[in-house]
Ligand binder design. Structure first.
Ligand SMILES: *[C@@H]1O[C@H](CO)[C@@H](O)[C@H](O)[C@H]1NC(C)=O
Ligand SMILES: *[C@@H]1O[C@H](CO)[C@@H](O)[C@H](O)[C@H]1NC(C)=O
Ligand SMILES: *[C@@H]1O[C@H](CO)[C@@H](O)[C@H](O)[C@H]1NC(C)=O
Ligand SMILES: *[C@@H]1O[C@H](CO)[C@@H](O)[C@H](O)[C@H]1NC(C)=O
Ligand SMILES: *[C@@H]1O[C@H](CO)[C@@H](O)[C@H](O)[C@H]1NC(C)=O
Ligand SMILES: *[C@@H]1O[C@H](CO)[C@@H](O)[C@H](O)[C@H]1NC(C)=O
Ligand SMILES: *[C@@H]1O[C@H](CO)[C@@H](O)[C@H](O)[C@H]1NC(C)=O
Ligand SMILES: *[C@@H]1O[C@H](CO)[C@@H](O)[C@H](O)[C@H]1NC(C)=O
Ligand SMILES: *[C@@H]1O[C@H](CO)[C@@H](O)[C@H](O)[C@H]1NC(C)=O
Ligand SMILES: *[C@@H]1O[C@H](CO)[C@@H](O)[C@H](O)[C@H]1NC(C)=O
Ligand SMILES: *[C@@H]1O[C@H](CO)[C@@H](O)[C@H](O)[C@H]1NC(C)=O
Length: 486
């Protein structure tokens, strides 16, 4: 009898499409080997499918770094690094090792919480065929045969994930991950949520806010994604933003003495164009790559991996200048090479699975791809109309599971406090346009503009970072249209 009662209560809790306050409470323990001292870890069981009772469960891995001043503690601050597919626990590990930044103010007032999203990191990572993943597929097919083989390729790859992962593969969408956050908030005792989300973490945060606005004390969205945009609008705006940030890089690379391309002829932009056209004729060798990255580099990989480098202006600008110098003068494209997947649960797969549930194009044809690509190349001539969103859209063609969370407007209202957004003007990934678009979907949200380049702003430790600290600690919100210089 007792067993029956217990089973039906458990069934009841999981039958609900929304998490409920129940007896499940997080019990902190030690972390797995390799995690530095000072962190504690735990697991939270969540249903694979929030809408289907009896669909089975998976564990979400959670880590905490306790507030340094328990008397001043304001609550839990949950972190998400973006991606999609980025694991959160590595942020706390990196902080403990001195290679990530959280201010002393945040450390004093908050228990920092990192939960790897479902399908990502230590939370039942998505598994697929690494051998298939490591094959090179062209991003922009130019004829029907190439288009069909792109679709077939992604169909086979996604089937390898269905086989290796099971039903979770169709349930790593953003709305499901947002419900996990609510389950975690409840299991931590039900205090109001504080959220610091970077990049895709802004989309996860906004989705959470749409579902559970009243449960939020403070929410920072740094480097904003606008899920209203579908394929074409998303790609074209990102290309414009990447091209513009590239322009900032070319100026820097010619004028800053730490740049490998400082004060040279040919100029940085001429070197970039030369390298890209040479690679489009045939891939350039990457002699440093053995087993862990691709042994040569296509022009598409140079452009996409170059976009990644621009995310962090302080180290990324230097790296891109070095990569261009190596490739132009020494035919050595090692720094541009794409990492290879070496395990069945490679970290790339979770992001791929999430993005196809959220952004899979409804339908597409060669004609539509070529039409869009022509516009993208006009708008972004140096980056040849390529960007991460294009990769997202093309790599979800032929996907074995349907999208469940397609592009749409979020409708966030009723948060007790203002939501704070931050975006740089020259962000190579999340266009400032996206931040403005998201701003219209969150009632009362205030968008702070950083007059600079790079993707996300907290790590920069400048004025933007202090604005976020003041908000998270004291709920101080700057005036609308506030601009910071760093
Ligand atoms: C938390 O982790 C530390 C090591 O980082 C360990 O000494 C401590 O016992 C853990 N606390 C609990 C409640 O397990
Ligand atoms: C963090 O605080 C919890 C209780 O609040 C305690 O069990 C745990 O050991 C603390 N962790 C560390 C590393 O001190
Ligand atoms: C990922 O795969 C490796 C090698 O197969 C395995 O050792 C590891 O436990 C897996 N990680 C997780 C979190 O499942
Ligand atoms: C189609 O495109 C592929 C990839 O760019 C190319 O290798 C192939 O020669 C093209 N086929 C035709 C018939 O043009
Ligand atoms: C299915 O996955 C298993 C391992 O889980 C693997 O051995 C097998 O090769 C996979 N089959 C296909 C068709 O991918
Ligand atoms: C750039 O390439 C030139 C020509 O090979 C070389 O002399 C110079 O040392 C390189 N600069 C850097 C910073 O690697
Ligand atoms: C040169 O670039 C470095 C790295 O981005 C930066 O720290 C430094 O301030 C720049 N110097 C000047 C004079 O702009
Ligand atoms: C290629 O470039 C990398 C990165 O700058 C460098 O470490 C390596 O020594 C270079 N290799 C050769 C063969 O020049
Ligand atoms: C947004 O949500 C609010 C509160 O739930 C509701 O009143 C409003 O009608 C919604 N707006 C749209 C456009 O759906
Ligand atoms: C942005 O910075 C530039 C200098 O880098 C300056 O000329 C411009 O006035 C600033 N714009 C705003 C809105 O602060
Ligand atoms: C929060 O407000 C208090 C009181 O005004 C102030 O002393 C403190 O510096 C503020 N904290 C932050 C992070 O702005």
């Amino acid at each position: 009898m007792n067993y029956m009662l217990y089973a039906s209560l458990l069934g009841l809790a999981f039958a609900s499409p929304h998490p409920r306050q129940d007896q499940r409470q997080i019990q902190w323990g030690s972390c797995p080997d390799g995690v530095p001292d000072g962190l504690n870890c735990s697991k939270l069981s969540v249903p694979i499918d929030w809408n289907t009772p009896g669909s089975g469960t998976i564990d979400i891995e959670v880590a905490v770094l306790n507030a340094t001043n328990p008397e001043k503690r304001l609550g839990y601050l949950m972190l998400n690094p973006g991606g999609p597919g980025g694991a959160a626990i590595p942020l706390l590990i990196a902080y403990q090792r001195g290679s990530w930044y959280f201010s002393d103010d945040l450390r004093e007032h908050f228990d920092l919480i990192a939960a790897d999203p479902r399908g990502v990191g230590a939370s039942n990572p998505i598994s697929c065929s690494p051998d298939l993943w490591n094959e090179r597929v062209i991003l922009v097919p130019g004829n029907q045969t190439a288009f069909d083989s792109t679709v077939d390729y992604w169909n086979s790859f996604s089937k390898s994930c269905v086989n290796a992962t099971g039903p979770l593969f169709g349930h790593v969408d953003t709305a499901s991950a947002a419900k996990d956050i609510e389950a975690l908030r409840l299991a931590l005792g039900g205090e109001q949520l504080n959220w610091l989300g970077f990049s895709y973490g802004t989309m996860l945060g906004s989705q959470y806010a749409e579902l559970y606005p009243k449960n939020i004390r403070a929410m920072v969205l740094d480097g904003c994604v606008d899920h209203r945009l579908d394929g074409n609008a998303q790609i074209l705006s990102e290309v414009v933003s990447y091209e513009a940030t590239h322009g900032k890089f070319f100026e820097w690379a010619a004028q800053n003495s730490t740049s490998a391309l400082y004060n040279q002829t040919p100029t940085p932009v001429e070197i970039w164009d030369e390298v890209v056209s040479r690679a489009s004729a045939s891939p350039i060798p990457a002699p440093e790559c053995q087993d862990v990255c691709c042994s040569d580099v296509s022009y598409e990989e140079i452009i996409l991996n170059g976009q990644e480098m621009l995310i962090c202006p302080s180290s990324g600008f230097t790296e891109l200048a070095q990569a261009l110098n190596d490739t132009h003068y020494s035919n050595n494209a090692s720094l541009f090479s794409t990492p290879l997947a070496v395990r069945g649960n490679d970290s790339a797969f979770g992001g791929q699975a999430i993005q196809c549930l959220d952004w899979q194009p409804h339908q597409s044809t060669l004609d539509a791809v070529l039409y869009r690509q022509q516009a993208a190349e006009w708008l972004g001539p140096h980056v040849r109309g390529l960007c991460q969103s294009l990769q997202v859209v093309m790599s979800c063609l032929g996907w074995a599971v349907d999208r469940v969370d397609p592009p749409r407007r979020y409708n966030v209202s009723g948060t007790p406090n203002t939501v704070l957004q931050v975006n740089a003007l020259w962000d190579p990934s999340t266009s400032f346009q996206w931040a403005v678009g998201l701003n219209t979907q969150i009632e009362g949200a205030v968008l702070v503009t950083r007059n600079g380049s790079g993707h996300t702003s907290y790590e920069g430790r400048g004025e933007a970072s202090r604005v976020m600290d003041r908000y998270l600690v004291n709920l101080t919100v700057p005036e609308a249209h506030f601009v910071v210089q760093d």
